[in-house]
Design a protein around this ligand. Structure first.
Ligand code: 4AD
Length: 448
C-alpha cells in the first residue's frame, strides 16, 4: 500500500475512516493500562501523528518493548477522529512493524536540548523539532527563490566553485590544490562569490542568477558568519542602482509572503519557542515599502543618536554590525537599504558616482541580523574600471576578460548577493547562523 506523509493524513479530513500506511520515527511513547499512545514524526511537519496501539494487537508486549523513542516504525491502520484536544485525527493500527530499533542510549530522550549540544550531534539534530522546522523553512525558501526568478524570466547559472579570481579583492580565500603540485598550473581558490563569472552571462542572457555555496576564510567567530554559506546572486542588464534596490525589496517581500503562506505551522512554532515578535516582524515586511537612506544620511543619524558605540562612526568609515543593527532595529524598526557608500570602503567593480567619492552600492539591513544583502550597480565604463582595478592593486592581466565585457557591448548593469543562511535566520528568528545550515563550517568546526 502507498505510504502517506503524516501531514497529508492530518490535513486531508476525507481520509477519516480510510485505511492508510505511514512510516517515521517515534518521538514519545505513553503506556496506558490497555493501550499505548505513540507519537510519530516523519519530518513532514512539526506536530506528530498519534498512533493508538491497542493491547489486542498480536505480539503487543513484545512490540511495545521495541517501540522506544528514536525507533523507526511502519504503521497501517484506520484514520479515526481523535477524541483528544489539539488534534483532529489519530490512527488505530492493525499492523505495526518495527523497522529499526533505538536502544536507550539514543541521545534525544529529553524534550529540550541546548543548541550548542545539538551541534555536537549534527547527524541526529535533524530529528529535533527546531532543526526539522528550520529544514522545512530553508527548503521552502530555496524553492521560492527559484520561483521568484523563474517567474520573471531570469536564467539560473551554475557558476564555478573553484576559481582563480578573488572577486571581492578581500584576500580571505581558501586555497585549492593537491599536496604535491599546482593542479591548475596557477593559484586556485574556493569562490567567495559567483558575481564576476555570472556577469558574463548577464551580458548575453539579460537577467540571470546564481544560487550556490560560497566560501570565506575570515576568522569571524560570530553568530552571523560561516566559512561556507549559500548565496543568491541576481545580475540584471540595462539596469541601474534604483532597479537593483527595487529588485532586492521585491525579492525579500516575495519570500516573506511565500513562507507566511506555506510554512504557517513552522513559523508558529518559531514564534512560540524562539521569537515572540516573529509574525509582527514578518508582517511589517509585507505591509510597508522597504525604507531607504543614503550612507551620508545614515552617518548623520548615527552621530545624532546619542547612542554609545564601541566602534567610531564618521563619514568614510565602514558601518560596523552595531551601527547596522541600531539603524535597522532602533531607528528604522524594519528593513532598510543604505546606498551610495564611500568608494574607498567598497569593491573595485562598483560604479563610481558623479561626485567621484561614492559608489552606487547598496546594503539591505534587517533587524536581528544586520546585513542581509550587499549589491551595487557595476562599473560599465572601460577606462574607469581599469583605473579602479589598478587603484585596488589587483593584477590587470587577470581581469582582462572582465574588462572585455566593457569593451564588447557594455551596458549599465547591477546585481546583489543575499546570504541565504542570514535569510533563514531572519525568517525563523534563530539566534545563531550555525543552527540554520545542515552542517555548519566555521573556524575550528568541520563535523563530518
Ligand atoms: O556583501 P557581500 O560580500 O557581496 C558579494 O559577495 C557580492 N559579490 C554580491 C553581489 O553583488 N553579487 O556578500 C553578500 C551577502 C551579505 O550581505 C551576507 O548576507 C552574506 O552574503 N555573507 C555571509 N553570510 C554568512 N557568512 C559569511 N561569512 C558571509 N559573508 C557574507
Amino acid at each position: 500500500m502507498k505510504k502517506l506523509k503524516t501531514k497529508q493524513i492530518k490535513e486531508d479530513l476525507s481520509l477519516i475512516g480510510k485505511h492508510v500506511t505511514v512510516a517515521g520515527w517515534v518521538r514519545t511513547v505513553r503506556k496506558q493500562s490497555s493501550f499505548s499512545f505513540v507519537e510519530l514524526n516523519d519530518g513532514s511537519q512539526v506536530s506528530n501523528l498519534q498512533i493508538v496501539i491497542e493491547e489486542s494487537l498480536p505480539n503487543y508486549q513484545e512490540l511495545m518493548e521495541k517501540i522506544q523513542t528514536g525507533a523507526a516504525i511502519r504503521v497501517s491502520g484506520v484514520v479515526m477522529e481523535s477524541p483528544a484536544k489539539g488534534q483532529a485525527v489519530e490512527i488505530k493500527p492493525d499492523l505495526v512493524a518495527v523497522i529499526g530499533e533505538a536502544p536507550s542510549d539514543f541521545p534525544l530522550q529529553k524534550k529540550r536540548h541546548s543548541f550548542e549540544y545539538l551541534r555536537t550531534i549534527a547527524h541526529l539534530r535533524p530529528r529535533t523539532n527546531t532543526m526539522g522546522a528550520v529544514t522545512r523553512v530553508r527548503s521552502r525558501l530555496a524553492f521560492a527563490t527559484h520561483k521568484f526568478f523563474q517567474e520573471r524570466g531570469f536564467q539560473y547559472i551554475h557558476t564555478p566553485i573553484i576559481t582563480s579570481l578573488d572577486c571581492e579583492g578581500a584576500g580571505e580565500l581558501f586555497h585549492v590544490d593537491t599536496p604535491k603540485e599546482k593542479f591548475f598550473g596557477k593559484n586556485a581558490y574556493l569562490t567567495v562569490s559567483g558575481q564576476l563569472n555570472v556577469e558574463a552571462f548577464a551580458a548575453a542572457m539579460s537577467d540571470v542568477y546564481t544560487f550556490g555555496p560560497t566560501f570565506r576564510a575570515e576568522n569571524s567567530n560570530t553568530s552571523r558568519h560561516l566559512a561556507e554559506f549559500w548565496m543568491i546572486e541576481p545580475e540584471i542588464s540595462f539596469a541601474n542602482l534604483e532597479d537593483d534596490m527595487a529588485l532586492a525589496a521585491d525579492f525579500l517581500r516575495y519570500l516573506v509572503v511565500d513562507v507566511l503562506e506555506n510554512c504557517r505551522e513552522d513559523l508558529t512554532f518559531f514564534s512560540q519557542y524562539i521569537d515572540p515578535s516573529l509574525f509582527e516582524r514578518l508582517q511589517f515586511v509585507v505591509d510597508k515599502p522597504c525604507q531607504r537612506v543614503s550612507y551620508t544620511d545614515a552617518i548623520k543619524i548615527l552621530q545624532d543618536s546619542k547612542q554609545e558605540f564601541v566602534f567610531p562612526c564618521s563619514w568614510g568609515l565602514d558601518l560596523q554590525s552595531e551601527h547596522e543593527r541600531f539603524l535597522a532595529e532602533k531607528h528604522f524598526k524594519g528593513p532598510v537599504i543604505i546606498y551610495n557608500y564611500p568608494a574607498a570602503i567598497k569593491a573595485f567593480y562598483m560604479r563610481l558616482n558623479d561626485d567621484q567619492k561614492t559608489v552606487a552600492a547598496m546594503d539591505l539591513l534587517v533587524p536581528g541580523v544586520g546585513e542581509l544583502i550587499g549589491g551595487s550597480q557595476r562599473e560599465e565604463r572601460y577606462d574607469v574600471l581599469l583605473q579602479r582595478i589598478k587603484d585596488a592593486k589587483l593584477k590587470v592581466e587577470e581581469y582582462e576578460w572582465y574588462l572585455e565585457l566593457r569593451k564588447f557591448g557594455s551596458n549599465p548593469h547591477a546585481g546583489f548577493g543575499l546570504g541565504f543562511e542570514r535569510l533563514v535566520q531572519y525568517v525563523t528568528g534563530m539566534e545563531n547562523i550555525r543552527d540554520v545550515i545542515p552542517y555548519p563550517r566555521s573556524p575550528g568546526n568541520c563535523a563530518y
